[in-house]
Design a protein around this ligand. Structure first.
Ligand code: ACO
Length: 428
């Protein structure tokens, strides 16, 4: 294959270099397009064909259903690693040695106390507030209590900011849930592992010791790993673009949380469970909802189905589906919602509408069922996603800052009014 692409506009032709990734992905480098063509730009709504950066964090092949963090397959990571190891690999590039992992965990624990005044901010939210809005606000508020911005030139400063947010974020996650449930805001215990501590902080009752259930701990580890990163999705692109203005890490993450909240992205896990509940309440007629999903005059979509990138299957969904079966069995939970989910999946996989459009269950189709079995309220599902995605956001933000990427500033094609005279208000 030639290493350039030719573009013909009118009678002029231009040549642009091709960029090739380590997995042979190919892009046309159009950095000089505007200059050489005197102002021509590309337009690509939703960035379906646009690469925003070169990245060494995550590789995915949507056609083949492949997902790897830093070269390690998601299947192996989910089976053999714990969340903190995966977080380390995402952020620093390689799986940690035992010493590196121990130090990482110790440093995270040493930074995990949040300023007590943050509790006043939590207090000020009504109990009805959605936890994602609360989490985004609290993450942004951390900036006020940690005002010095990260010196990205300093490896030490960068490392300290990473362990600081890795330590404080789970506290904020737990507090968003405790606030809703009217439970006192707590801290976990330094003697516990990262994920065990998350569970303790979330579920500990004021009048009894919390004992970690290993089935629940393992399931949460797996879910967090599966959500760890997913290259340039909506929330990650948001984190990178906000960070590209040199806004701080916490501010960039807060923006990412808001992007994740939407039902077309991370909010899908909540939407899936609400949809399954609605189907159950409506008599469990999956065929009726399949018909609604296919009806172009009906805004209903089968939540948890389809993906911008995966047009074969979502490898995370496969792992989660198996985990859902195991967790429910292990916990002895018999959830009729799981049967509805299985039924919908079977119908969709055999339905020409879904087959032709390559719509398969995505990561969030089954995750909510596991979260529910673990005792996590529906409104917290997307917060749990954010907890898993945190290391991915950090890794991508760090890569963007260290790569000295320019400020993100897309162009547009203007389609509004041409110049017209101002009309005085009494004459309009
Ligand atoms: N139910 C019914 N039809 C669907 C669905 C669905 N869930 N998803 C896509 N389609 C249809 C579209 O209507 C469209 O049909 P058309 O070609 O006849 O117009 C076609 O499939 C292509 O869909 P697009 O919306 O163009 O695909 P896009 O890549 O833009 O969207 C998205 C992907 C947003 C994930 C979409 O599939 C969707 O809305 N799914 C449901 C929400 C969801 O589960 N989101 C979670 C994604 S995973 C994550 O963020 C972690």
């Amino acid at each position: 294959m030639s290493d350039t692409a030719k573009l013909q506009i009118g009678d002029k032709s231009y040549e642009f270099p091709l960029v090739r990734g380590t997995e042979n992905e190919v892009a046309i480098n159009i950095k000089t397009l505007r200059t050489v063509t005197n102002g021509v730009i590309t337009i690509d709504p939703g960035f379906k064909n646009t690469g925003s950066c070169e990245s060494a964090v995550t590789f995915l092949d949507g056609e083949k259903g492949v997902l790897r963090y830093r070269g390690y397959s998601i299947e192996e990571l989910a089976e053999k690693a714990d969340f903190l190891e995966v977080a380390y690999a995402l952020i620093f590039g390689d799986l940690p040695t035992k010493e590196q992992l121990d130090k990482f965990h110790t440093d995270i624990k040493s930074k995990s106390v949040v300023d007590d005044d943050i509790k006043k901010i939590v207090d000020a939210f009504p109990k009805t507030a959605h936890p994602m809005g609360v989490l985004s606000s609290l993450t942004s508020a951390l900036t006020a209590f940690n005002p010095t911005s990260v010196n990205v030139e300093s490896t030490e400063d960068m490392y300290n900011s990473v362990v600081k947010i890795m330590g404080k974020f789970p506290v904020l996650v737990a507090w968003t849930m405790r606030k809703k449930q009217g439970l006192p805001l707590n801290y976990g215990s330094k003697s516990l592992g990262y994920v065990e501590n998350v569970l303790k902080m979330m579920f500990e009752q004021p009048n009894e010791d919390y004992v970690v259930n290993p089935i629940i701990k393992n399931a949460l580890d797996k879910l967090l790993i599966l959500h760890g990163d997913h290259e340039q999705n909506c929330s990650t692109s948001t984190v990178r673009i906000v960070g590209s203005s040199h806004a701080g890490l916490f501010a960039s993450l807060s923006a990412g949380i808001s992007a994740l909240w939407g039902p077309l992205h991370g909010g899908a896990n909540q939407a899936v469970l609400e949809m399954l509940e609605a189907i159950k309440a409506d008599g469990g007629d999956t065929k009726k909802y399949m018909a609604k999903a296919k009806d172009k005059n009906d805004p209903f979509r089968l939540m948890g189905f389809g993906h911008r990138v995966y047009k074969n299957f979502d490898p995370r969904a496969k792992i989660i589906k198996a985990a859902a079966d195991d967790v429910l069995n292990d916990l002895g939970v018999n959830d009729p919602i799981l049967d509805i989910a299985r039924g919908l999946e079977q119908e969709a996989l055999n339905d020409p509408y879904f087959v032709e459009r390559k719509l398969y269950p995505n990561v969030d189709f089954y995750s909510g069922i596991i979260y529910r079995a673990m005792g996590i309220p529906v409104e917290m599902f997307t917060v749990m996603f954010a907890l898993g995605r945190l290391p991915g956001w950090i890794a991508q933000w760090k890569e963007m800052r260290l790569g000295k990427e320019p400020i993100g500033r897309p162009r547009q094609i203007y389609i509004g009014e041409n110049e017209r005279p101002f009309v005085e208000i009494e004459n309009r």
